[in-house]
Write a protein that binds this ligand. Structure first.
Ligand code: PLP
Length: 468
């Protein structure tokens, strides 16, 4: 038969809609979507038949429509295995939330909540009321408020306390964080005039003192959270700086970036200033993130003196930067875990992952190595390696945590083999994201908790990847 005779053999939309797979598809996606998908596939089928391909059955066309709709239905925001070795990976969504926080957020989504409603007197309440006492208890601050993220917190604080006035910052602290957050740009947008003092490597107390004048709105100290200046350096500590600020009657703002509510040294990690310490050292306002070391949802905390927090709350910008009930619920549940720091290592994923020992991770790698080897072609060498995890998201710059993982190395050694391997892991049902290191794809297992689903997921490695 020639192609035009074959074209007449192709079933019609109506015939295909009557098949069993089409019925199943209609159950899932509705008649309109299924009809559209069948039309699209028929169009492609006609083209293929014209080129001499066989005529597919109606069931085959219906099944193709089903799988296309199914694939389109997958969430665009996919879950992944973060095996990059960076625990708080900004591009992979930073902190994984504690179960208690997930449950609280889900409940807040399903139900009406007394978000701005005072249950004691039936009057209007404030959304900050739910967290204020808890944050003050955990940080020693007088008052607190929460906004969308720490970038918003810094913007709001600057604009509220120093619009049209000067903000004094050390040249060594004019940071840029990923995603175009540059301190000088934020200051400009906040309507604040930046006064840089000192030099890149050395800033002295007198630099600050000399810069303070009638137009000074505040002094800003920024935690250099993603880099470190080493060598011939000098910075003015927060305590000394607060003395200088208060002598002249200007507030000291300390942007801690990540900030932490517990002493990380207790958990075997490098020292990071706590929010309580920053308050004790005399900062009038401290800002920090919700989804970095704190381990909660995205949020920005502003804590400090009551009069300043009141001023900040009166800024109309606050309304534009506020957080919703879902995040407030998750934050409350996360913060409550800090009342029992002894159990944070079990309950708070960020802490649980950061405190896993290298030995435990290495044992896991040894367990998984034969599984992975069995699923890859012989041309990929699989070995258990020691590696270093990073905390990430600008917390604890340059300090790494010893870890372990699997190094997958194409034996051919060509770059394209490695690129193909990396991409086949990225295309798995649950994409596996590792990092490339000296000719290998390294999977740092620090953040791998669900080993079973990881192994099941690998079964989908493409046959082309040489499954034996
Ligand atoms: C991360 C960081 C910010 C921004 O915080 P987000 O929560 O990401 O908006 C601001 N300042 C410092 C010092 C940081 O490390």
């Amino acid at each position: 038969m020639d192609a035009s005779a074959n074209l007449r053999e192709i079933s019609s939309v109506d015939q295909i809609l009557k098949t069993a797979p089409a019925g199943a598809a209609i159950e899932c996606f509705g008649r309109i979507a299924v009809t559209q998908a069948i039309r699209a596939i028929l169009c492609e089928t006609r083209e293929k038949v014209r080129q001499g391909k066989d005529v597919p059955s109606r069931e085959e066309i219906a099944a193709a429509a089903f799988s296309r709709l199914d694939a389109n239905d997958r969430p665009m925001l996919r879950s992944v295995f973060n095996l990059t070795g960076t625990v708080l990976h900004t591009n992979l969504g930073r902190a994984i939330l504690a179960e208690a926080a997930v449950d609280a957020a889900a409940a807040a989504m399903r139900e009406a909540v007394a978000l701005e409603f005072d249950l004691n007197n039936g009057k209007r309440g404030e959304r900050d009321d739910h967290l204020r006492a808890l944050i003050c208890e955990l940080t020693g601050a007088e008052d607190a408020t929460v906004v969308n993220n720490n970038a918003a917190a810094v913007l709001l604080v600057l604009n509220s306390l120093a619009a049209d006035r000067e903000a004094i910052v050390s040249r060594g602290e004019l940071i840029e964080i990923g995603g175009a957050f540059r301190m000088p740009d934020i200051m400009e947008r906040a309507g604040v005039r930046l006064v840089e003092v000192g030099t890149t490597n050395r800033t002295h107390a007198r630099d600050y003192r000399d810069a303070i004048g009638p137009d000074t709105g505040l002094i800003l100290k920024v935690h250099t959270s993603n880099y470190r200046i080493e060598g011939f350096t000098k910075e003015v500590g927060a305590r000394e700086l607060s003395g200088i600020a208060h002598d002249k009657g200007v507030p000291l703002i300390n942007d801690l970036g990540s900030g932490t509510l517990v002493d990380l040294v207790r958990f075997g990690l490098a020292y990071e200033p706590t929010v309580r310490e920053a308050i004790c050292e005399g900062a009038d306002v401290v800002t920090f993130s919700g989804d970095k070391l704190l381990g909660g949802p995205q949020a920005g905390f502003i804590v400090g003196r009551r009069t300043l927090i009141e001023t900040i709350n009166k800024n109309p910008m606050k309304r534009a930067l506020r957080v919703d009930k879902i995040r407030l619920a998750a934050l409350e549940a996360t913060l409550k875990l800090y009342r029992d720091p002894e159990r944070l290592g079990e309950r708070l994923p960020v802490m649980r992952l950061l405190t896993r020992s290298q030995l435990e991770i290495k044992t896991q790698a040894e367990r998984l190595a034969p599984v992975v080897k069995g699923l890859l072609k012989a041309a990929v060498h699989v070995s258990v390696v020691a590696c270093e995890s990073q905390i990430g998201s600008g917390a604890l710059p340059l300090s790494c945590v010893p870890s372990a993982g699997l190094a997958l190395t194409p034996i051919e050694g060509s770059g394209s083999a490695l690129a193909e391997l990396t991409s086949s892991f990225r295309r798995l049902p649950i994409p596996v994201i590792g990092r490339i290191e000296r000719g290998s794809l390294v999977l740092d297992l620090r953040c791998l908790e669900d080993e079973e689903s990881f192994a099941a997921n690998l079964m989908s490695l493409p046959a082309g990847q040489g499954r034996v």
